[in-house]
Design a protein around this ligand. Structure first.
Ligand code: NAD
Length: 260
């Protein structure tokens, strides 16, 4: 592994993606941020990471539903850094609804952002990684890549899909020094989870407090949320030389969720 590494992290203006980007910057790696949000706030995050860790931090606001914008994002990263060594496919959205009412547009958006975008980003960097005999691809899947919950049909389908994609890319990269793994978090307190509490309350006929206690934390035997720092540290490890033989794996970090 050469250092510093150059990393692209999709959906890194918030939550888990920002946690991973911060952990990478702390390692001295250059970062391409991506995601939506207030332009001033994003610039504050970008400049803040650059100042704090003395690394190069870029931002490209490509919409993960638009392949041509994804291609431009990956091309910008390759031009600016010379090469991309680490790709974290993290951008994702959620929608909670019984199937009968599930909006078709939401299904399409979730499949595009949570699954298809990883195909486009990976395709853009895979040949270069194989040629250089080093690459780390990390897909932020979910416990919902391994088990299901009701009312999350599109999300569970996309997350199971990305686990399958992870295994396939692991096999294609195996003899070329390129690993591909999925991190499968349980509940992390990010805007994605906070936003689904009212909808889950409606779908299950519960109060929002009951959703937190009986649905969210009930799923995790530790009764604690996973933190973005814990996921960032796991991602850093998966990029290390010691993780060279970890590929095609689904790394659970879920307080014991899928064990029961
Ligand atoms: P978040 O809402 O905090 O962050 C999502 C990020 O994706 C943001 O930066 C947002 O701007 C970006 N994004 C959304 N739509 C986009 C689009 N069309 N194009 C580009 N960027 C887009 O959510 P999070 O909880 O940090 O989720 C990050 C990933 O982790 C998702 O894939 C999610 O499914 C997964 N995950 C989250 C949890 C959890 O409990 N929070 C658990 C398991 C897996």
């Amino acid at each position: 592994m050469t250092s510093p590494l150059n990393a692209v992290i999709t959906g890194s203006t918030s939550g888990i993606g920002l946690g991973v980007a911060t952990a990478f910057a702390a390692e001295g790696w250059n970062i391409m941020l991506n995601g939506f949000g207030d332009a001033g706030e994003i610039e504050g995050v970008r400049a803040g990471l650059e100042d704090r860790y003395g690394v190069k931090v870029l931002y490209n606001g490509a919409d993960m539903t638009k392949p041509e914008e994804i291609h431009a994002l990956m091309a910008e990263a390759e031009t600016a850094f010379g090469q991309v060594d680490v790709l974290v496919n993290n951008a994702g959205i959620q929608h909670v609804s019984p199937l009968e009412d599930f909006p078709e547009a939401k299904w399409d958006a979730i499949i595009a952002i949570n699954l298809s975008s990883a195909f486009h980003t990976t395709k853009a960097v895979f040949a270069g990684m194989k040629e250089r005999k080093f690459g780390r691809i990390i897909n932020i899947a979910s416990a919902h890549g391994l088990v299901a919950s009701p009312f999350k049909s599109a999300y569970v389908a996309a997350k199971h899909g990305i686990v399958g994609f992870t295994k396939t890319i692991a096999l294609e990269g195996a003899e070329h020094g390129v690993t591909c793994n999925a991190i499968c978090p349980g509940y992390v307190k990010t805007p994605l989870v906070e936003k689904q509490i009212p909808d889950t309350a409606k779908a299950r006929g519960m109060t929002e407090e009951e959703v937190v206690q009986k649905v969210i934390l009930d799923a995790q035997p530790t009764k604690q949320f996973v933190t973005v720092e814990q996921i960032g540290a796991l991602a850093v490890f998966l990029c290390s030389d010691n993780a060279a033989q970890i590929t095609g794996a689904t790394q659970q970090i879920d307080g014991g969720w899928v064990a029961h």
